[in-house]
Design a protein around this ligand. Structure first.
Ligand SMILES: [Zn+2]
Length: 280
């Protein structure tokens, strides 16, 4: 089911992990961002768009994590974009002979058999510095930053005042740092990404996170502040006072406290590889 969140912008929610696929409507058809997780969900989205008479004319993956770079044949073969770094990471992943097995290994067991991998990660990289998604529709600004994943991009649907935040600014997931590599500063990268999003906060009234609830006016800055406080606490070795990992955590999301504990452990050790695959 599609839900309208602003003029020309709709979302389609995945059951597990509350992933938000985003649809931007243009004259020629629809731009689909991070379409969903299971074959059934993506076929449902494709059916909804057919019913609206809007063919998919472009796709976009906010970042190279499995739950954001899937695709379904029913959505058609429109060009799919991501940042150059996102596309490179996906190309690299798919180049391994055992890539399917590696991706499948990280899937949540509840839906592992329902996630179609054939079209996973087939994304064309936009040259670094690309300002807007090349498509025949309302202007959609690309705001690339590092922090959660290489080449992570938020999108600003300018005329609609919508920030598509990818895996940032969620009300259910704490900031998940890119602390798997040893060639970056995960804390500083994340803080820089939040500063960048703060810079566009004045242009938007709605924030659509990759997971969780859509936020209205005022929520963008509040979520940035909460995420910044979390990252500061993580950096300083403090216990974050954060509703997403305390007793107030949404039912079904208690595991986010484990994500936090894992990050805190890794940071305390000064980085290193993830002990467990990242869930979202
Ligand atoms: Zn995600």
């Amino acid at each position: 089911m599609l839900t309208q969140v602003a003029d020309c912008v709709l979302t389609h929610r995945s059951e597990l992990l509350e992933n938000n696929a985003v649809v931007v409507l243009g004259g020629a058809g629809a731009l689909v961002v991070d379409p969903g997780l299971t074959g059934g969900e993506m076929a449902c989205l494709a059916g909804d768009l057919r019913a609206l008479g809007r063919p998919v004319v472009a796709g976009f993956a906010t970042h190279p994590d499995w739950d954001h770079a899937l695709w379904h044949a029913g959505l058609g073969d429109a060009p799919r974009y991501g940042t150059a770094r996102c596309a490179a990471a996906l190309r690299d992943l798919r180049s391994g002979a055992d890539w399917r097995a590696r991706v499948a290994e990280g899937l949540p067991p509840e839906i592992a058999g329902e996630v179609p991998l054939d079209l996973f990660g087939l994304v064309t990289g936009l040259p670094a510095g690309t300002a807007r998604i090349p498509w025949d529709g309302p202007p959609v600004r690309v705001v690339e930053h590092q922090g959660h994943a290489p080449g992570h991009a938020a999108l600003v649907v300018e005329d609609s005042g919508v920030l598509v935040a990818g895996d940032m600014l969620s009300d259910v997931l704490v900031p998940m740092l890119d602390d798997e590599r040893d060639d970056n500063d995960p804390v500083e990268d994340y803080l820089a990404a939040l500063r960048l999003l703060e810079g566009v906060a004045g242009d938007v009234d709605v924030v659509v996170p990759g997971h969780g609830s859509v936020g209205g006016a005022g929520e963008v800055r509040a979520r940035i502040a909460l995420d910044r406080a979390y990252v500061h606490a993580l950096r300083d070795g403090d216990d974050p006072d954060d509703p997403r990992i305390g007793p107030a955590a949404r039912p079904g999301w208690e595991w986010v406290a484990d994500v936090h504990a894992g990050q805190a452990r890794r940071l305390a050790r000064g980085g290193g590889r993830r002990a467990t695959p990242r869930p979202g």
